[in-house]
Design a protein around this ligand. Structure first.
Ligand code: GCW
Length: 718
């Protein structure tokens, strides 16, 4: 066995080559079942009955997946029959495509286009399992659900699953440039090779679509929100059409990020003013061109007047003017405009965190029906922990969707093991009124709180051309759980983690428990070593990787970590109460009251809302300074704990993935130490306090940490 010089932690030897598990199959591995369960399932899935009329691409995809999955797990694919003729059949159909299904009178009414039912039925006296749905895409989702149940050992003769998505649009947002570079991507280059398209379509594009369909994702924005106008030119639309043709059989629609200044950059117009008749006509023609090539095109995603992107304000028009003009162009074709709320001005703000709310609130009720406002989960920018964005629940007359970040720009890239399901559960379950009446963020997002027409959950993708798609085994869990939460924002993060573990890593009970334990604590662990107690944006400028709480001189004050920590000799934290920036008033009265008191605010948001003295006494009797250091220490211990837990799995996990995770945990432990030491050293340089009793002094001087540069960190522009 070769020596692993850079990764010599417990059990991290480099495995021999030729291993089987390289992560490519994600959670769709379909490995042989254990013999007894296999024999049982074989009796229940002897043959499959599909509509006999010419199979549509979606039904063919469902059939292929069933054959692949059942074949892999049972050793042979079920035979295809034209009718139920014995016990042990699997019937797949909708009432309109298979009269037999209509005659079963199943409760399909509430399941919409994409929902499905899996249940046992008796047909002609034979015990049969049916996958039924109103439309074909529901059948494909049902097929994946059945295969998931079998893989997890949860399928039997009584299995009954009824499911329908709570949000209508469940989209990945790829921040992929046309040259293949991925902004904030940590999994290699883009899977979309625009250079080779449309002639060459990498076979992995089908596997990408399968993976998405398996978790209910129904759209992909295939180019960066920092968009190039070239995406809307004919050659690139033909490339996008080739992608759409590949994805269609999996219910995955293509969307494009649209650059607002495209009419000008095309060289055809001198303005992109949304109220200008020629500009309106340009976008209508563009929509017509697109829909001729891609009849089921989803729509445009737009980042306007944010971080240097052009927008309607360049022409003294509003966000509503801009979004509505595009919406009118897409409306005849059924397309939508997804308008990002992530906007903040270039000027020095009172409080950067309050800007997207102030900018967007005036437009409530002014957007067209086919516009959705895409709002980041927190008011700042995908930080390790933020309170919810105050726009949720504050725009009753607007379709409001949520944007989550699956790629871990601010959470340690691909090498830190951080399971995001717990973060998303925290966001979706946040009570907007702080009174426990069920007015939670999930109700805004699924559209039920204000009866919105369109609902949307979007996630910034972590997918690249890395063999294992995401750059690390555990980041696959974030793609998986994103899909599960987009389908059902009320789902349970721990349960989703368990599903993913069983599908992807192991069914061994001890292994499952251990990995679930690692995943459950992983998010809080990362928050502890990076930004505890509501601290935020303490990362180095540009790359957003290592710690840099001392930075105070970037081009814009509100990009400086010092702007957010407000650390001085007396205290630390950003005062957003009435005595400070007052931004707390953007929340409902009840939440505002809760957050305004340093004694009532959830401890994990304390320094987001309050500037407190280093000696402030915490409820547990420690001073704030002691508590901060304690949290950093806890973060370190959490990573060490996860390393120790993982090291017990050497005989449970295949060598390749065992090695990768071991090595990455070693990197995470090194980085956590750096985070903790750099932050403690910096804050000590400000407050002059000793390291609290029981905690170690930083291992290096502050100067050492300040000199770290991370020059070649991936994913960062420029
Ligand atoms: O957090 C910032 C990222 C940018 C990104 C921007 C956004 C695509 O650092 O890389 O740009 O958010 O969400 O638009």
């Amino acid at each position: 066995m070769p020596d692993a010089t850079s990764c010599d932690g417990p059990g991290s030897e480099i495995p021999a080559t030729g291993f089987v598990e390289d992560g490519y199959e994600l959670w769709l591995r379909y490995r042989p079942l254990e013999p007894r369960y296999r024999a049982y399932c074989s009796l229940l899935l002897k043959y499959v009955v599909l509509p006999t009329v010419m199979l549509s691409p979606i039904l063919a995809a469902a059939r292929d997946e069933i054959n692949r999955g059942v074949g892999g797990m049972l050793g042979c694919a079920p035979s295809s029959e034209s009718a139920v003729s014995a016990d042990g059949g699997l019937l797949v159909g909708s009432p309109t495509t298979l009269p037999l299904v209509a005659s079963l009178d199943l409760p399909l009414d509430g399941l919409g286009r994409e929902g499905y039912i899996i249940c046992p039925v008796i047909v002609n006296g034979f015990a049969t399992t049916v996958i039924a749905a109103n439309e074909e895409i529901g059948l494909l989702y049902g097929a994946f659900a059945l295969l998931r149940a079998i893989q997890m050992g949860r399928f039997d003769a009584d299995t009954k699953i009824e499911s329908a998505p709570k949000s209508r649009l469940r989209l990945l947002n790829h921040w992929d440039n046309l040259d293949g570079w991925v902004e904030r991507g940590y999994a290699g280059r883009s899977i979309f090779n625009w250079w080779e398209l449309p002639e060459y379509l990498d076979p992995r594009l089908v596997d990408y679509a399968r993976a998405n369909a398996s978790i209910g994702i129904n759209g992909a924005v295939v180019n960066n929100v920092n968009a190039s106008s070239e995406s809307l030119t004919d050659p690139f639309l033909e490339k996008a059409a080739a992608l759409a043709n590949r994805f269609r059989a999996y219910g995955l629609r293509v969307y494009l990020s649209a650059k607002f200044s495209s009419p000008m950059e095309s060289g055809e117009l001198a303005t992109a003013d949304p109220c200008d008749a020629a500009v309106k006509a340009w976008w209508k023609q563009t929509a017509d061109r697109i829909y001729k090539l891609i009849p089921d095109f989803g729509g445009f995603l737009v980042k306007a007047n944010s971080e240097g992107q052009p927008g309607p304000q360049d022409f003294h028009r509003t966000h509503a003017d801009g979004a509505n003009m595009l919406a009118d162009a897409l409306e005849p074709w059924g397309g939508v405009v997804i308008w990002r709320a992530f906007v903040y001005s270039d000027d020095v703000p009172d409080d950067r965190v309050g800007q997207c709310y102030s900018e967007m609130i005036p437009f409530d009720g002014l957007f067209r029906k086919n516009v959705i406002l895409q709002v980041k989960n927190g008011p700042l920018d995908f930080q390790p922990r933020e309170p919810i964005n105050p726009l949720f629940g504050a725009m009753p007359e607007t379709n409001v969707g949520i944007e989550l970040q699956i790629t871990k720009e601010y959470l340690g890239f691909e090498t830190h093991l951080v399971y995001l399901g717990n973060l998303w559960q925290e966001v979706f379950s946040t009570d907007l009124d702080a009174r426990g009446c069920g007015n939670i963020v999930a109700r805004v997002i699924d559209g039920s709180m204000f009866a919105s027409r369109l609902s949307l959950v979007a996630g910034v993708a972590n997918v690249g051309s890395a063999r294992n798609w995401c750059g690390s085994t555990f980041d696959q869990a974030n793609w998986y759980s994103f899909g599960r939460f987009a389908w059902n924002p009320d789902c349970d993060a721990d349960e989703v983690a368990l599903e993913w573990i069983m599908l992807t890593l192991t069914n061994d009970p001890n292994g499952m428990r251990t990995i679930a334990d690692i995943m459950k604590m992983s998010y809080e662990t990362a928050v502890n070593y990076m930004a505890p107690l509501g601290l935020t944006h303490q990362m180095g400028t540009g790359h957003h990787h290592g710690p840099a709480p001392w930075i105070e001189d970037t081009g814009r004050s509100h990009w400086n970590p010092t702007y957010y920590n407000c650390a001085d000799a007396k205290g630390i934290g950003f005062d957003r109460t009435d005595a400070g920036s007052g931004t707390v008033r953007q929340y409902s009265a009840k939440l505002a009251r809760l957050y305004s008191s340093p004694y009532d605010v959830p401890e994990n948001l304390l320094l987001w809302f309050h500037h407190l003295s280093w000696g402030f006494v915490m409820p547990n009797g420690k001073t704030l300074w002691e508590e901060i250091v304690y949290h950093y220490d806890r973060g370190l211990r959490g990573v060490e704990r996860n390393r120790a837990l993982w090291s017990t799995l050497r005989d449970t996990i295949d060598p390749a993935r065992f090695y990768e995770v071991s090595a990455f945990l070693q990197i995470q432990a090194r980085d956590a130490q750096m985070w903790r030491d750099a932050c403690v050293a910096y804050f000590q340089s400000i407050n002059g306090l000793e390291t609290p009793e029981g905690s170690l002094r930083p291992t290096q001087s502050l100067e050492f940490y300040k000199a770290l540069t991370f020059r070649h960190a991936p994913g960062s522009p420029g």
